[in-house]
Design a protein around this ligand. Structure first.
Ligand SMILES: Cc1cc2nc3c(=O)[nH]c(=O)nc-3n(C[C@H](O)[C@H](O)[C@H](O)COP(=O)(O)OP(=O)(O)OC[C@H]3O[C@@H](n4cnc5c(N)ncnc54)[C@H](O)[C@@H]3O)c2cc1C
Length: 485
């Protein structure tokens, strides 16, 4: 007899939502345990640096979760409301809105509230447990093991299903031994090194391309944030979450190109300094930001893991590489996946099949709701990373029609219908190359989206599906490597 029906490894955002979802869909009928290495007074902290995040989430994904599992977020975990995200071209002449209405969260306050709600839904917690591995019975995952920091003794707990929500650096996913379908390791080039400050400031020049209390601002610029972007997200009229993300190999190239030796922290400080709307910035000393005003962390920017289930085991959130390839937004997909995984795990337990086959529909339901678009966006991101500032500015000005902006605002790959029109006048060889690249990623995105909608109904079809996926991805990457300037 297992200690619990479900153990959730990692009590961050994805973990607590999964726990709430299981409690909701089972009418509090299952025994659920959330285990985290943090002490109970610092819940959901990602690393010693804090709850490092841009803190932005779309209202749409919060509503997705709230409508289904009946958990509502309000103040103080919602710190500020915004009308959307605005992405600016390097020359600042073009901006595109996306994501619609959204919230700026307080990531340090949110986990406290999440834990209160989760406890009230009948879920148990164990804190200060460092989980180091899974327990198996033959080919079935049956629990977790680790070290209890409080007593310095080994820790073991069993369950019918283990949900891994331990984030980006998951030790459970990268050691999984009862499946060949789930990928264990991520390519370095699919990781962004990021960092940010939470600050108060005096108002400088009024410049809505630099700070806008109503919009989260994104700056695309290969000199400021090579292979990523800079962000200025408002947390009030004079409070900001400001940071940037880079791809490390592209940062090295940029440093060589400009004869510099900057690292992420130096880039953030330069980015802050050049912002003319932000004067006299100071790290927040608010009690709710006390352990979280500055820090660096990593985030993945690829499609979700090709298979997210194994016998007795599923992955969710950053552990499954869910942040969106284009903007590294991981809260939205964690809300969607946490909600869906809870329902699928309850169904699997109630139907008496917690094998890979019984848990399989989590793969399918997440893809149908959200994951269908991520492989296409991964290819698109790779193309953008090859571009110069001039190409990005030209492309945003000349190649984005209204329908494309609409697709981007839904988080989908645009169709670039104007680029595909024959006879369009394009100035410059580099821009012709860009147009060619956009036509190519549009075509590959169509193939990939269709392929994801054909994700197999059961594990039997996976190997054939995966072979075809990798064929499309390899072909895409081979072609994109020709675009590298
Ligand atoms: C700089 C930065 C900016 C970002 N900006 C945004 C943004 O603006 N909007 C957005 O949507 N997303 C953003 N993201 C991504 C977002 O922060 C993540 O997608 C989100 O936090 C993922 O939640 P999670 O619960 O999956 O993982 P995490 O938040 O990493 O939580 C993991 C939990 O597991 C616990 N844990 C880990 N290992 C163990 C272990 N071995 N034993 C026990 N417990 C363990 C941790 O203590 C933690 O509580 C950003 C990320 C970064 C780094």
């Amino acid at each position: 007899m297992a200690d619990y029906d479900v153990i959730i490894a990692g009590g961050g955002l994805a973990g607590t939502i999964a726990a709430q979802s299981i409690s909701h869909y089972s009418n509090q009928g299952l025994k659920i345990l959330v285990i985290d290495r943090n002490p109970s007074n610092l819940p959901g902290m990602k690393s010693v640096a804090g709850w490092i995040c841009g803190d932005a989430v779309s209202k749409e994904t919060v509503d997705f979760m709230s409508n289904r599992i009946k958990v509502n977020w309000s103040e103080p975990e919602i710190e500020h409301k915004v009308k959307g995200v605005m992405a600016f071209s390097p020359d600042r002449e073009t901006s595109i809105p996306f994501d619609g209405e959204g919230y700026m969260l307080n990531r340090q306050v949110l986990p406290h509230r999440q834990n209160e709600r989760t406890l009230a839904m009948g879920v148990d917690f164990d804190f200060e447990i460092n989980i180091t591995g899974l327990m198996y019975d033959e080919n079935q995952v049956v629990g977790v093991q680790g070290i209890d920091y409080k007593t310095k003794t080994p820790y073991k707990k069993t369950a019918k299903v283990v949900i891994d929500a331990t984030g980006m650096t998951s030790m459970l996913r990268n050691q999984i031994s009862n499946t060949t379908k789930m990928e264990r390791k991520i390519d370095r080039k699919d990781i962004e090194s990021t960092g940010r400050h939470i600050m108060y400031f005096d108002q400088g020049e009024e410049d809505l391309t630099e700070f806008d209390p109503d919009y989260c601002i994104i700056h695309l610029d290969q000199d400021i944030a090579p292979g990523g972007y800079g962000w200025v997200f408002p947390k009030g009229k004079n409070k900001v979450n400001i940071g940037l993300g880079v791809e490390k190999t592209l940062l090295e190239k940029r440093n060589q190109r400009l004869g510099k030796n900057d690292n992420v922290s130096m880039l953030i400080n330069q980015y802050l300094k050049r912002n003319n709307a932000i004067k006299n910035p100071k790290l927040s000393e608010d009690p709710q930001d006390k352990n979280n005003a500055t820090g660096n962390f990593q985030v993945s920017v690829r499609r979700q893991n090709d298979c997210m289930v194994a016998n007795g085991f599923v992955i969710v959130g950053d552990s499954a590489w869910m942040p969106k390839p284009l903007d590294a937004g991981g809260i939205g997909p964690a809300l969607v996946a946490g909600t869906i995984v809870g329902k699928c795990v309850v169904d699997a337990i109630q139907s008496g099949d917690v094998t890979e086959k019984g848990l399989w529909k989590y793969n399918k339901e997440f893809i149908n709701e959200y994951g269908y678009k991520t492989a296409g966006l991964e290819i698109f991101r790779r193309l953008i990373q090859t571009l110069t500032n001039e190409q990005i500015s030209y492309g945003m000005k000349h190649f984005l029609g209204n329908l494309d902006v609409e697709s981007i605002s839904k988080g989908e790959h645009p169709d670039f219908s104007s680029v595909t029109k024959l006879g369009m006048l394009i100035r410059g060889a580099l821009n012709k190359k860009l147009a060619d690249g956009l036509r190519f990623t549009t075509q590959q995105n169509r193939l990939l989206t269709e392929h994801y909608y054909n994700y197999p109904e059961s594990p039997d079809g996976f190997n054939g599906w995966s072979k075809k996926l990798h064929h499309i991805l390899d072909e895409s990457n081979a072609k994109l490597s020709q675009y590298q300037n």
